[in-house]
Structure formats: structure tokens, C-alpha cells
Ligand binder design. Structure first.
Ligand code: HEM
Length: 112
């Protein structure tokens, strides 16, 4: 179970890296695009996050429920804003996904 938790955490970090990596890479260009990879990465975060909560519960590790609720809300917002941005192709959605993902990261590391 401990190994599964580490595997899920690695994929959770891959999902985070996929969103932020794609975002930072596009900042080099002039016309950043809100892409489907942002939605699929948000789904990866949701699935691996749920798996992490389950493994932590099985291992009797603490689960901060309020923190998880805030992360879940931010993750859903990332997916919704990304979907809207893919339709209307406006820049605010691209930067919105970045700000929301950065906020989820701050919550992940700074909220004990
Ligand atoms: C954009 C969305 C998200 C981002 C950027 C994100 C980022 C992170 C990062 C960087 C960590 C590692 C923090 C550390 O170990 O100090 C982490 C851990 C964790 N995340 Fe997320 N996360 C997101 C969404 C979610 C969601 C939706 C859930 C569940 C509902 C979740 C559940 C967890 C759990 C349980 C851990 C602790 C893993 C452990 O050490 O056992 N995350 N997240």
C-alpha cells in the first residue's frame, strides 16, 4: 500500500508538471492556447488525488479534509476554465488555469 501511495504521488506530480510545463512553455510564444491537455491533467489530478486519499486512509495517515475540499474545488475550476478557454479561445482562460493551478500547488505544500 505504501508503494501504491508513492506511485500515485509520482503520477500526481506528473499531472501537475503537465499543466505547469505546458503553460510555461507557451509563455515563450505570442499566442498562448488553452489546450485539452489542461483538462486531462486536471482529471489525472482528481483520480490520483482520490487514490492518494484512499491509500492514506488505509495506512491510517492523517487526511486534512478542509485542505482536500479546497484542492478539489480548485481542480474542478481548472477543468471548467480550461474547457471554457478551449471554446472561446480568450487569453484570460489560459492565465486563469495558471493562477488556479498555482493556487492548488500553494495549498498542497503550505497548508499542513
Ligand atoms: C490542480 C490540482 C492539484 C495540484 C496542482 C496538486 C498538487 C499537489 C502537490 C504538489 C502535492 C505534493 C505536496 C507535498 O507532498 O508536500 C500534492 C499532494 C497531494 N494531493 Fe494534490 N494537487 C491537485 C489536486 C488534488 C486533488 C483534486 C486531490 C484530492 C481530492 C489531491 C489530493 C492530494 C493528496 C491526498 C496529497 C498528499 C499525498 C501524500 O503525501 O500522501 N490533490 N498535490
Amino acid at each position: 500500500m505504501e508503494t501504491l501511495r508513492y506511485v500515485l504521488l509520482v503520477f500526481h506530480l506528473f499531472g501537475f508538471a503537465a499543466i505547469m510545463g505546458g503553460l510555461f512553455y507557451q509563455l515563450r510564444g505570442k499566442d498562448p492556447v488553452t489546450g485539452g491537455y489542461m483538462v486531462s491533467s486536471a482529471v489525472v489530478q482528481l483520480v490520483t488525488g482520490a487514490g492518494l486519499i484512499w491509500t492514506r486512509a488505509t495506512l491510517d495517515l492523517p487526511i486534512p479534509h478542509a485542505k482536500m475540499g479546497v484542492k478539489l474545488a480548485l481542480d474542478v475550476l481548472v477543468a471548467v476554465v480550461a474547457l471554457v478557454g478551449m471554446r472561446n479561445k480568450q487569453a484570460w482562460a489560459f492565465y486563469g488555469v495558471g493562477v488556479l493551478t498555482a493556487a492548488a500547488t500553494v495549498v498542497a505544500v503550505a497548508w499542513k
